[in-house]
Design a protein around this ligand. Structure first.
Ligand SMILES: Cc1ncc(C[n+]2csc(CCOP(=O)(O)OP(=O)(O)O)c2C)c(N)n1
Length: 577
């Protein structure tokens, strides 16, 4: 019924307006769990269910990670939903994960009615207070009239500039109240104007430094992926012949089989890459934040380098490493500007020097710390997975947190942006299975591999039920099962005299667990069986869990011990490069 007073269409409940606001933001799927304070929204959702698909997860943490996986793999905003109190606090982990990894996420939570706010009402938690330090912005909405403007702003903030999470907490009475929505809302945020174009003088200064350098490097981070700058990066690298280093979140931004790709830096990066960083005279960081896992001891990082730092977030510049040429702007826009002014050059001698170091130090696949054993090594699993990925294409890989995550980064060949999805900044165990669900829904025609440790898998494996209920067929889980919280055990072995305190880990028979969920479960114990299991999983029309029972006490090398410079790497037990 048209509204007589305003002449602006029919009255709607706040909850209906929330649904319409989501549709206006092109949202088609969201992940959540209902409860008292968010029930009016679920009531309204029923009416929109054909266009707005709600995925019922088994834990709000899973809903948040699923929304993250959806966002990270597609570049769109992920949406998760929870009720007040414990529902909302269960979202804190994925929200902080999205914050650390600059993931566009809108988290919607129900809140107790405004009349009882602040009175410790049932399931009242101050979620806007809790999430202040881990959101780009958050809102407490107490009136239905505010919903169109708040949702528009939230999606704008989450997806522009440096992407990140935004939380919208809506009181139950605001969801129930009726009003005529005013959709003529303009985003007007005077304090929020992300800088896109880099300053032209700075861009010219960067071009001059890159032209004059003898030992230059491009260090590529998440910003290149987020801004869609892979083509510009390739053009810059090929124009200048400058070797390319990709951080954990930069993996895929530059094809690893390219002649200029030298690999990953940092704590579990390659010796030749860290050496190159320590020797370089110009280091151009594009969209990376000089995380301590990359820099090691920051005061000893790249001691001879003039640093160019391109970042959309001005607060990153100079935070960890001094920038001689800071450029605030979107990676793609800045690289385009740089391509207009940068002169063609080569760095062949420098690249040859790095390749020599690589030949000396890089150990890949089975050679890496592989004992004389007939048992299954993690490296056998990755070698088999790598060749399947290469042969078949159309895949995404989501990794959890720990040793298996670092092996995946090291031992798989990353070729395309948004194919490597991991929890890097927060290092959240339990990320992979639910995130893979989100990735699979965003990319139904691709095969999504979730690579987990047996520890992280046991944190969120209940989302397998969600995968089954949603009839998601393209998720394949590979558990690199070493019966330990492996990465912590490795530190205990290397740095704490093998005091295995709290790291010995049992688990169920994972193949039988998969079976209980109605999922094909496979167990692999011998090196020769890995490839066949991966092929079988790939060809199986449905989700699969493979339990790879690997040699138990294998370490990830190289490793930079905590607090050391990246020049000081261990390449084996008691062996230093
Ligand atoms: C939620 C959470 N709790 C604890 C940790 C600390 N942590 C980092 S790696 C790791 C061990 C992971 O073990 P597992 O999942 O089996 O993987 P693996 O290292 O054996 O490959 C732990 C406990 C974490 N990163 N996240």
């Amino acid at each position: 019924m048209p509204d007589a007073k305003h002449g602006r269409g029919p009255e709607r409940t706040g909850a209906q307006i929330m649904c319409e606001a989501l549709l206006r933001e092109q949202v088609s799927v969201m992940f959540g769990i209902p409860g008292g304070a968010i029930m009016p929204f679920y009531y309204a959702m029923y009416e929109y269910r054909d266009r707005l698909h709600h995925v019922l997860c088994r834990h709000e943490q899973g809903a948040g990670h699923a929304a993250e996986g959806y966002a990270r793999s597609s570049g769109r905003v992920g949406v998760c939903v929870a009720t007040s109190g414990p529902g909302a606090t269960n979202l804190v982990t994925p929200i902080s994960d999205a914050w650390m990894d600059s993931t566009p996420l809108v988290a919607i939570t129900g809140q107790v009615s405004s009349a009882v706010l602040g009175r410790d009402a049932f399931q009242e938690t101050d979620i806007t207070g809790i999430t202040v330090p881990i959101t780009k912005h958050n809102y407490l909405v107490k009136r239905a009239e505010e919903i169109p403007g708040v949702f528009r702003e939230a999606f704008h903030i989450a997806s522009t500039g440096r992407p990140g999470p935004v939380l919208i907490d809506v009181t139950k009475d605001a969801q129930q109240a009726r009003t005529v929505p005013d959709w003529d809302v303009e985003v007007n945020l005077p304090g929020y104007r992300p800088t896109i174009e880099g300053h032209s003088r700075q861009v010219r200064a960067a071009a001059a430094l890159l032209a004059s350098a003898e030992r230059p490097l491009l260090l590529v981070g998440n910003g290149v992926v987020q801004s869609g700058a892979a083509a510009e990066l390739l053009a810059l690298a090929e124009r200048t012949g400058i070797p390319v280093v990709t951080t954990l979140h930069g993996l895929g931004a530059f094809p690893e089989d390219h002649a200029l790709s030298i690999g990953m830096p940092g704590m579990h990066g390659w010796v030749h890459v860290n050496r190159a960083i320590q020797e370089c005279d110009v280091l151009c960081n594009i969209g990376g934040r000089f995380d301590d896992r990359v820099t090691g001891k920051a005061s000893h990082f790249a001691p001879h380098a003039r640093v160019i730092h391109i970042d959309i977030d001005p607060s990153e510049i100079g935070k960890n490493v001094r920038a001689h040429v800071p450029i605030v702007g979107d990676a793609r826009a800045v690289l385009r500007a740089l391509l207009d002014v940068v002169a063609p050059r080569r760095a062949d001698a420098w690249l040859a020097h790095i390749r020599e170091m690589q030949a000396t130090y890089q150990m890949r696949h089975r050679e890496l710390n592989r004992p004389e054993t007939a048992s299954l090594m993690p490296h056998d699993v990755y070698a088999a997975l790598n060749s399947a990925l290469r042969d078949r294409g159309a895949y995404r890989v989501v990794t959890d947190v720990g040793q298996h995550q670092m092996w995946a980064a090291q031992l798989l060949d990353w070729q395309r942006p948004r194919t490597h999805i991991t929890s890097g900044g927060a290092g959240t165990m339990g990320f992979a299975v639910p995130a893979a669900l989100g990735v699979a829904l965003a990319h139904p025609d691709e095969t999504v591999w979730a690579v987990c440790g047996d520890g992280g898998f046991q944190m969120t494996n209940q989302e397998l039920a969600t995968i089954v209920q949603e009839r998601v067929r393209n998720v394949k889980v590979a558990i690199v099962n070493n019966g330990y919280l492996g990465m912590v055990r490795q530190w205990q072995e290397l740095f704490e005299e093998k005091r295995y305190s709290g790291t010995l880990l049992s688990g169920p028979d994972f193949a039988r667990l998969a079976d209980a969920y109605g999922i094909l479960g496979l167990t692999v114990e011998r090196p020769g069986d890995a490839a066949a299991a991966i092929d079988r999983a790939w060809d199986h029309d449905g989700p699969v869990v493979i339990d790879f029972r690997v040699e138990r006490e294998v370490n990830v090398f190289p490793i930079v011990p905590q607090g050391k410079s990246i020049g000081e790497m261990m390449v084996g037990v008691g062996e230093h490069a």
